[in-house]
Ligand binder design. Structure first.
Ligand code: WT7
Length: 653
């Protein structure tokens, strides 16, 4: 955060797109006046604002108190008892949505399956019964490592049904990631599949779980869904086929009465240390917040076919593939595979065939589509689309305009939504029927959200001055902590500026009160929207036997937003053999998953350090991007290091 004092924004963007009158007319929030009025109410009297919304959900027992705020610990709907899966399923069936499609699924090979709310409910209750028979009790953490198939949604909902927190691990993650998360969560059961389809091949998920299980004695049960029929070994007593456990399961397991503050799930994410943190989300507030944001931001309507392309392994998938969408009784589309399989038009082909109405994806995907050319989009009938969304990293105005014109054909509002794993739901966003959008800006805060741009001393910055993006009040979807690490929770989020929430982004707010997110100012790098901790990558590099020291920086990348450049020094006496860079790169991918694979590995004699021994990453960033150093080097311990680094530049890959 050292450079946050001098945060400057250079982005100038003057275009403005008001919502189309037809869209505004039918929208849940159809004018800026309505937005301002509701927003003001949500800030003046948050408790009655949220209570009124919460009334619309099913509670086994009503809350005694809307909010208990003991900074930085919030409890929402204190004393209330509910079940989020019940709200996503039974409550929808009671409302007459039983025969409406809940999940529309398309596998990468082209297989399709639709589950109505009633069918989904039956599958969830059956799997919940199976989990209980396997010994899972309320409060037990269930690890989930699956492809994007309906059974993944069924698993998380079944966990919620019985009050067992899920910990979903993205299927692209490695053995080490499974091991770390299983250990930290003290989780004894893993739900997985034999494999998942990706770019025409099969990802051997069960083999990864086996490798993790061989390195810990924590894992006692593994449930395996048969998806790809690839060969797996099943260990008697420990491993069970999904189809066997559901065949024997009861079909009448009642939904658990969960306390509003019972943990709903754990989701691990990267921060500024080498160890991923288990973000804790709870039940009642998260339910109310995700469902309400989904309804307003995507302007959900009963006949929508909504598609969020994120994997359920990320928070976007938790909140806006599963919970927030189903809690509104709306159809959610799930696609298993890659955007470019068999060709670059796969997404548009899916949109056209399933008549998708609302589409939510990431800037990195949009930039990749842009590069491949608009002909892939143009050949499909996208007339069903009504709204487009973006999430995960700043969207550059050029990509925004392309999305608007080529995908949206100039008709669809774009919602650029800023939020984080920690926030549970969308925080800064346009409301599509109300907010005039500006390409590149996430615009205004959602109801109840009180963001501010502060400097390091906590002083609020004026229009267009860059600073730290903080949130001053609690909101229902906020994280409740870092699993088993209350001190880190306070240190990470509430200490940069005393008593306000800060999770790593810089931003400015323009003269219209619009937020322009500028990016991370901590040791987190967003690569293709994925969040990577520089420390994690550095420890992975240093765990290689030939490596002495490593420093990782983010460098701008046309498609990925940022890419990883790693500076590595080798142990004394080690001569770099041909192919060492490739080996180190693979070593990182094996440890952290292929999203973390460095774009560049630069072998160097020494790293630039301050006199106190701190690696000067700012200099490395400059060298990696421009090849030279122009910034301040007065604190450098050894000036010759920088000259040498710049020379070595030429030899870098
Ligand atoms: C970080 C959180 C939010 C769900 C997916 C990512 C960046 C996210 C935007 C946006 C600019 C954005 C921020 C944030 N980010 N959305 N619309 N504009 N930046 O969740 O992995 O927890 O990452 O993603 O840097 O802090 P996450």
């Amino acid at each position: 955060m050292s450079h946050s004092d001098s945060i400057q924004s250079h982005l100038k963007e003057a275009r403005k797109f008001p919502p189309a009158p037809e869209f505004a007319q039918a929208a849940h929030c159809g004018s800026m006046a309505d937005y301002e009025a509701l927003y003001q109410r949500s800030i003046d009297d948050p408790e009655s604002f949220w209570a009124e919304i919460a009334e619309q959900f099913h509670w086994f027992r009503k809350w005694d108190q809307v909010l208990d705020w003991q900074r930085p610990n919030a409890r929402w709907f204190v004393g209330g008892q509910t079940n989020i899966a019940y709200n996503c399923l039974d409550r929808q069936i009671e409302n007459g949505r039983g025969d409406h499609p809940a999940i529309v699924f398309e596998g990468e090979p082209g297989d399709q399956r639709t589950l109505t709310f009633r069918e989904l409910r039956d599958e969830v209750v059956r799997f919940a019964g199976a989990l209980k028979q396997l010994g899972v009790r309320k409060g037990d953490r269930v690890t989930v490592y699956m492809p994007m198939v309906p059974e993944l949604a069924i698993t998380v909902l079944a966990c919620a049904w019985i009050g067992a927190p899920h910990s979903v691990i993205f299927g692209g993650f490695s053995v080490q990631a499974i091991l770390d998360r299983v250990e930290d969560a003290e989780s004894e059961i893993v739900i997985t599949a034999d494999g998942g389809y990706r770019r025409g091949g099969v990802v051997a998920l069960k083999t990864h779980v086996d490798d993790a299980a061989a390195r810990t004695d924590r894992i006692r049960k593994i449930v395996v869904l048969q998806r790809c029929n690839n060969e797996v070994t099943m260990q008697a007593g420990r491993d069970h086929w999904w189809h066997d456990v559901v065949a024997d399961a009861p079909t009448d397991t009642p939904a658990e009465r969960c306390d509003a503050e019972d943990m709903l799930y754990l989701l691990y994410t990267s921060g500024s240390t080498g160890k991923p943190k288990g973000i804790v989300h709870t039940t009642g507030g998260y339910m109310v917040y995700t469902a309400t944001t989904a309804r307003y931001v995507f302007d959900l309507k009963p006949d929508d076919v909504y598609w969020c392309t994120a994997d359920i392994g990320w928070v976007t998938g938790h909140s806006y593939v599963v919970y927030g969408i189903l809690a509104n009784g709306v159809t959610t589309l799930m696609y298993e595979g890659a955007p470019n399989h068999p060709d670059w038009d796969r997404f548009w082909d899916i949109c056209a065939r399933h008549r998708v109405t609302k589409f939510y994806t990431a800037p990195t995907a949009i930039r990749a589509f842009m590069r491949e050319g608009r002909e892939h989009v143009d050949k499909h009938d996208l007339s069903s689309l009504k709204l487009l969304g973006s999430v995960g990293e700043p969207i550059n105005p050029e990509a925004w305009m392309w999305y608007h014109e080529v995908v949206g054909r100039g008709r669809c509002p774009i919602v650029d939504t800023w939020w984080q794993t920690e926030t549970g739901g969308i925080m800064i966003t346009p409301l599509p029927g109300a907010t005039p959008t500006k390409p590149g800006s996430a615009t205004r805060p959602f109801f109840g959200i009180d963001p501010a741009i502060l400097n390091m001393e906590g002083v609020e910055q004026g229009p267009n001055a860059g600073g730290l993006l903080c949130v001053r009040r609690p909101w229902p979807g906020m994280l409740r902590g870092i699993y088993r690490d209350p001190d880190r929770f306070v240190k990470q989020y509430w200490s940069a500026i005393d008593g306000v929430y800060f999770a790593g982004d810089s931003s400015r707010r323009d003269e219209d009160g619009y937020f322009w997110i500028m990016g991370r100012v901590d040791d987190v790098i967003k690569v293709s929207g994925h969040r990577l901790g520089t420390m994690e990558i550095e420890s992975a590099l240093v765990s290689h036997p030939l490596v002495a020291e490593a420093a990782v920086v983010g460098i701008p990348h046309e498609i990925k937003g940022n890419a990883i450049a790693a500076f590595v020094t080798l142990k004394a006496g080690v001569e770099p053999a041909a192919g060492l860079r490739g080996e180190l790169s693979k070593h990182v991918a094996d440890a952290l998953g292929s999203v973390a694979r460095p774009e560049q590995i630069r072998l160097t004699q020494a790293l630039p350090k301050t006199r106190s021994g701190k690696i000067m990453r700012r200099l490395l960033r400059e060298i990696a991007t421009s090849g030279t150093v122009t910034g301040d080097t007065t604190t450098l311990e050894d000036f010759s290091v920088v000259a040498r680094l710049a020379e070595e530049q030429d030899k870098a890959v």
